[in-house]
Write a protein that binds this ligand. Structure first.
Ligand code: GDP
Length: 400
């Protein structure tokens, strides 16, 4: 089974080191690369630093990322894909590229530092993104002499934080990403702990994959020779030649005559495939197609939860919103709740205004637009807020 993992936590608590360790211990690294990195590490008379090693991989990863925004892969019982970290700065970027979708989050907390600001913010974000499974890696156990007392203190801090949210079955694992304790291999130095290692905890995860409705998102249309081609992406479900589709918001209906790809034609396009379809009617960027029995719906209002990363917003403000390939004018109808983005707790009901850094539940009115609940089709359930051509915040659709 393929499982998407996101690794979050405060800066310097050991996320990159952990990713490096997972790749190393799972033997996902190519031989040559490893030797090269070890040589470099020796040259610098450093200890073998996994964080360092991950940077060396950056270029290789970047190439993959431009095609598919998800990052690196490693294998055990399941296949794991590590997706980008939704740090506050990267949050908008992730919202745009779709990297924020993950089945499970690994929250890395340094045992010497304990809970810090980003530990809280990341927890808030993963909760908002609907990621319910979380594993806490209490890292740098080597720095605290592998002491159970300190682990228990940090565990209590983290569980106090997580209690404000709605996570199920959280496991706490004492680890050292640097030394490799309790990642793939158990640890004799942590003999007071008899729970699973990190990989065992991951391998136990089961994710239900429901078959999803077809949503074909149009990026643009072209006239090629005598044919009208609408180029787009199958964001969810399966698209077949001869399918009868309806597109919204334009309300156009018709048959998929051909599915075109660079190499020729296809009879089926699957989730995440980018294809061109030959469709006799006029479509435009922002249109979303689906089957007649489960069509996408065009709406002029919806309820969303957003985090504001710059500027301020108040009731009645006009701005723009990007969702899928659509970019439309929207209005803040009503800010319903202002929420603490560190704890997820309600701060104020019906506030007039929210400021940079605030999270809020907002009722939007919009030009006709297709959105879906984030919990059902996340690809069409996340949006970015734009003001004066700047991305000022991002959010998810709670209800349509
Ligand atoms: P990130 O910012 O969360 O990605 O953190 P890094 O992975 O870059 O790690 C920050 C620093 O902590 C680096 O110097 C790492 O070598 C160090 N570090 C990471 N994990 C451990 C660990 O388990 N034990 C110790 N002693 N140091 C660690």
């Amino acid at each position: 089974m393929n499982i998407n993992v996101v690794i979050v936590g405060h800066v310097d608590h050991g996320k990159s080191t952990l990713i490096g360790r997972l790749l190393y211990d799972s033997e996902s690294i190519k031989e040559g690369k490893l030797a090269e990195i070890q040589k470099l590490a020796e040259e610098y008379k450093k200890r073998f630093e996994f964080a360092y090693f991950l940077d060396a991989f950056e270029d290789e990863l970047r190439e993959v990322r431009t095609i598919d925004t998800t990052g690196v892969m490693f294998k055990s019982k399941n296949h794991y894909m590590i997706t980008d970290v939704p740090g506050h700065k990267e949050f908008i970027k992730n919202m745009l590229t779709g990297a924020s979708y993950a089945d499970v989050a690994v929250l890395v907390v340094s045992c010497s530092q304990g809970v810090e600001e980003q530990t809280k913010r990341h927890t808030f974000l993963i909760n908002m993104l609907g990621i319910k499974k979380i594993i806490v890696g209490v890292n740098k156990m080597d720095e605290v002499g592998y002491k159970k007392e300190r682990f228990d203190e940090v565990k209590a801090q983290v569980s106090k934080l997580l209690d404000s949210f709605d996570f199920s079955n959280v496991s706490y694992i004492p680890i050292s990403a640097m030394q490799g304790d309790n990642i793939y291999k158990g640890s004799e130095k942590i003999n007071w702990y008899n729970g699973p290692t990190l990989i065992e905890a991951l391998d136990k995860i089961k994710v239900e994959r429901k078959e999803r409705l077809l949503r074909f998102v149009v990026q643009g249309t072209y006239q090629i020779n005598s044919e009208k081609v609408a180029v787009g992406k199958v964001e969810s479900g399966i698209l077949k030649k001869e399918d009868e589709l309806i597109f919204q918001p334009s309300g156009v209906r018709g048959k998929v005559e051909k599915i075109k790809v660079f190499e020729g034609e296809k009879s089926i396009a699957e989730e995440k495939d980018s294809v061109g379809i030959i469709f006799k009617k006029d479509l435009k960027r922002g249109d979303v197609g689906g089957l007649l029995n489960a069509p996408p719906l065009s709406t002029t209002e919806f309820l969303g939860e957003a985090v504001l990363l710059s500027d301020a917003l108040q009731n009645g403000d006009s701005l723009q919103l990007k969702c899928g390939t659509a970019k439309v004018d929207v209005k803040i109808d009503q800010i319903k709740e202002k929420i603490d983005s560190e704890t997820g707790k309600l701060i104020e009901k019906n506030p007039k205004k929210i400021n940079k850094g605030d999270a809020a539940i907002i009722h939007f009115s919009t030009q006709p637009l297709v959105v879906e609940k984030f919990s059902e089709i996340p690809e069409l359930g996340r949006f970015v807020l734009v003001k004066n051509e700047r991305n000022i915040g991002a959010g998810v659709v709670l209800d349509v």
